[in-house]
Ligand binder design. Structure first.
Ligand SMILES: Nc1ncnc2c1ncn2[C@@H]1O[C@H](COP(=O)(O)OP(=O)(O)OP(=O)(O)O)[C@@H](O)[C@H]1O
Length: 826
């Protein structure tokens, strides 16, 4: 049994024991880290830590320092982290630290207030919310709830409010749809824009009352904001932003009368400070002033890196570091400069990218791996398919290196936009490289793609029961779950096609299968399918135009644009705003795939047929079949091999993480930086560009040893055909400067660089030249991703059915018959 020394937190620990602990707990810290951990606790402290400098280690050690050396009870400390996961990780680290020293972690950590700003605020509001008139049983509105409420507010605005839109002294704020029709239900308001403006006001601590009293206000927004808040209150709801706003009011308005818990507060620590917004900053100031013991006033520690601020779209204020210095005259600043993560090539390259940002202080990070000279791999490919093939080919090569140089889970592919994943995933599938998509979904699993696909399936096959039942009431058409169940039973019994059965149900008034509402819904649905079907069978349009028209009609008639607005309605996630923007891009990408699809007819089976004789309906059917390939990757056997899986993640999702090998594809204008940023000529254009650059910087600095960058020349888009793409404007000037340190493939690396790579990976070096020659030879036979995607005959390798496609399979037993892609959401 484990025996703990049962020290109570406020119990006296002998000086000798503390010294012993110090040595053990802080012995692994470098001098700057040690200085940060043990800095004066009675002063505000900013730890400015570049990437890979050990922020988490330092923050965790500082908490331990407060608990052990200063004997501060855990319930008198608040630690805010960026995600719940980060909070759990920190608690785990603290527990390990205490257990190692034979100290009882439950005693030292019990009552520690740790979590995201939002979760800590909710805890406080549950306890003290009644002091500002909140019911203790309030619920938190999710996206869907707040959308519904805002929608109701907008649809029931009186004419008086709508007239305020054009009031001459009203400040103009863009909360309107671009091309609203007279008959628009929301009176021309754009729900998303209104919501974002309300969120912004809340992030600035502006209540409806304050906003209504401001002279520089948008008159109609002021009314809408008030009505929205009133309605939330009526439903006993508070939205995501309200968690912070109400806590701010609680702390500022009550003068803390009754807020007992916080009167003893002795230290507040904030992780990822660069992503705090104004209200979080104000909350920090207020929390710092809660204590009744003057000695502990303003005892706050923040850790962050302004270069990694990538949440401006959620109103984060990168300048909060400077604001804090202005606010606290006695604020101490400690900078961590030793980077333990990346080689100096990666660090210098990343730093060079950031020097493009005006008014930025230069960072002089020192790599702890400066003796290693591993080049950066950069390649410019013709198109996205070639880029994907390059990635798969390099991963396959790495996997063949002696001494098991890399496992799949040493490798990450970081994407700026989720539309990029589809082609890359396919390339990994063809090369039998297992992967998982975290913080995002495999392209074909995206909700919008699945819905569009189901509609296409229903159009092309009037007996596709699953697709039809999934779309019959999506978007809602008044066909309830019970009716759907009844219809399914009827379909199962019927000998006719699903659509014919539905038509019979409409006609069969006697048995009353459908009430008026659902009858209308079902007829409306059948009409959509028929209308889209006509476009496929018209005969007057060429195949591509037919498919495009059919797809567009589905998007229009099935109101997919409206669905898009409510797709990301589950819990608000850090990526949800990005995901919303990506939905449109994803649908466009899907359309492109469909329109460009050219089935290669299996020559052996259908020798007389050529693809010009296929009708649009045949092509669509073929295309949908080919997608089954991806479907097979969904029901993954989750038992991972020792080698694990390659990670595919968005850059935002990769925040705080690291991998030995990182691929950043799409270093192309329009992706990095994004199309929206490049097309934005408004007042925020340079700020947005800076944010995109920081996002790129975050991606670059996730790499420990081997960094792969790639850009492509062309991407086909449905709206503008073949789009030529310049190398990312962030990358272009830096590439020139780093010419000497770049190679186009690991095959081109020198012997010394290979040795360094082996050292970086902690593996014994063995000559790689033979493996490289062999791997290059065998890859001559590999089917390109583009061919693979377009060929039905190549559908089978994954399923292990017969195939004529010579596919290179690395010699690893765990690849056999494996289904490769999985999705993991954190
Ligand atoms: N003093 C140290 N000695 C050895 N390794 C260290 C030390 N401090 C940190 N590290 C290692 O450096 C790596 C980066 O640390 P960490 O993830 O905490 O950095 P970070 O500052 O949070 O980075 P980022 O801001 O980029 O997320 C980790 O692998 C960590 O174990």
């Amino acid at each position: 049994m484990h025996v703990y020394f049962h020290y109570r937190v406020n119990l006296f620990l002998s000086r000798a024991f503390v010294n012993h602990l110090r040595k053990k707990m802080y012995g692994s810290l470098n001098p700057q880290q040690y200085e940060a951990v043990t800095a004066d606790i009675h002063k505000p402290l900013q730890i400015i830590a570049g990437p890979g400098t050990g922020k988490t280690k330092v923050l965790t050690s500082r908490v331990a320092y407060l608990l052990i050396e200063h004997k501060i009870p855990p319930s008198n400390i608040i630690v805010t982290t960026f995600t719940k996961k980060a909070a759990n990780e920190m608690v785990e680290r603290l527990q390990t630290l205490f257990v190692k020293e034979n100290l009882d972690p439950s005693k030292y950590l019990k009552g520690l207030l740790i979590g995201t700003f939002h979760s800590i605020c909710v805890k406080l509001l549950r306890r003290y919310g009644t002091l500002i008139g909140l019911s203790s049983k309030f619920k938190i509105a999710d996206e869907q709830d707040s959308n519904t409420i805002l929608n109701k507010v907008l649809t029931s605005l009186s004419d008086d409010v709508i007239r305020l839109k054009v009031h001459p002294s009203s400040v103009s704020i863009d909360i309107y749809q671009k091309d609203a029709k007279e008959t628009d239900k929301l009176d021309g308001y754009d729900l998303k824009k209104v919501k974002s403006q309300i969120s912004k006001l809340k992030s600035l601590t502006t209540t409806p009352q304050i906003y209504s009293a401001t002279s520089a206000r948008s008159f109609d927004l002021a009314v809408i904001y008030s009505l929205y808040q009133e309605s939330l209150r009526k439903h006993n709801l508070i939205d995501f932003d309200d968690c912070l706003l109400y806590t701010y009011l609680l702390l500022s308005e009550t003068k803390l009368k009754g807020v007992v818990l916080l009167k003893e507060l002795k230290h507040v620590l904030v992780d990822e400070f660069q992503d705090t917004n104004k209200i979080q900053m104000e909350l920090l100031y207020l929390l710092g002033r809660c204590t009744e013991d003057q000695k502990f006033e303003d005892n706050v520690t923040v850790v962050g890196d302004s270069d990694q601020s990538i949440y401006m779209f959620r109103n984060a204020v990168a300048s909060n570091f400077e604001n804090m210095i202005t606010h606290y005259q006695n604020c101490q600043q400690i900078t961590l400069k030793e980077n333990y993560r990346s080689t100096s090539n990666i660090l210098n390259f990343s730093e060079q990218i950031m020097t493009q940002q005006k008014d930025r202080k230069q960072k002089s990070l020192r790599s702890q791996k400066s003796h290693l000279n591993i080049p950066i791999v950069y390649v410019r490919t013709q198109n996205t398919f070639k880029e994907a093939d390059h990635i798969a080919s390099e991963i396959a090569k790495l996997g063949l290196m002696p001494s098991l140089l890399t496992n799949y889970n040493d490798i990450a592919i970081l994407l700026r936009s989720s539309f990029q994943s589809r082609v890359i995933e396919q390339s990994l599938v063809t090369n039998r490289i297992p992967y998982e998509v975290v913080h995002g979904r495999a392209f074909w699993e995206l909700k919008e793609i699945r819905v569009a696909m189901d509609y296409l399936r229903a159009v092309v096959n009037d007996s596709d029961k699953l697709a039809i039942l999934r779309t019959l009431n999506f978007p809602p058409r008044g066909v309830g779950n019970k009716t759907l169940q009844k219809l399914e039973e009827l379909i199962d019994k019927s000998n006719c096609s699903v659509i014919e059965t539905l038509e019979m149900a409409i006609d069969d008034k006697k048995n009353g299968f459908l009430n008026v509402k659902s009858e209308n819904g079902v007829s409306q649905y059948i009409d959509i399918l028929k209308e889209c079907g006509k476009l496929l069978d018209s005969g007057s349009l060429d195949c591509e135009t037919s498919l495009e028209a059919c797809f567009d009609q589905i998007v229009k008639l099935a109101n997919l644009k409206e669905i898009k607005k409510t797709l990301e309605t589950s819990k608000r996630t850090h990526d949800s705003e990005i995901a919303l923007k990506a939905v449109e891009e994803n649908l466009n990408e899907f359309k492109r795939q469909l329109v460009e699809y050219k089935p290669i007819i299996d020559q052996i089976i259908t020798t007389e047929t050529d693809d010009t004789s296929l009708t649009p309906r045949d092509v669509l059917s073929n295309f949908l079949d080919s997608i089954d390939l991806y479907e097979t990757s969904n029901n993954e056997n989750k038992k991972d091999s020792k080698k694990g899986r390659v990670t595919i993640s968005t850059i935002h999702g990769a925040k705080g993480l690291e991998w030995p090998v990182v691929f950043i594809p799409g270093c192309t204008d329009g992706v990095i930086p994004s199309k929206w940023t490049l097309e934005d000529n408004g007042p925020n254009s340079s700020t947005n560009l800076d944010e995109d650059r920081r996002c790129f910087y975050v991606a670059l600095t996730r790499a420990k040893s081997l960094l792969y960058l790639s850009s492509y020349k062309e991407r086909s888009t449905p709206w503008s055909g073949e789009e030529s793409n310049e190398v990312s404007c962030f990358l272009k000037p830096t590439l020139k400067l780093f010419q000497e340190q770049l190679v186009t493939s690991i095959s081109k690396m020198s012997r010394n660089s290979w040795k360094d790579l082996y050292e970086a990976m902690g593996k014994e070096y063995k000559s790689v030249s033979k493996v490289l020659t062999e791997s290059n030879r065998s890859r001559d036979h590999i089917v390109s991703t583009k061919d693979f995607l377009q060929s039905k005959q190549f559908k089978s390798p994954l399923l292990n059915k017969s195939t004529s496609a010579p596919t290179y399979v690395p010699d690893r037993s765990n690849h056999k018959r494996r289904r490769l892609g999985v999705r993991r959401r954190i």
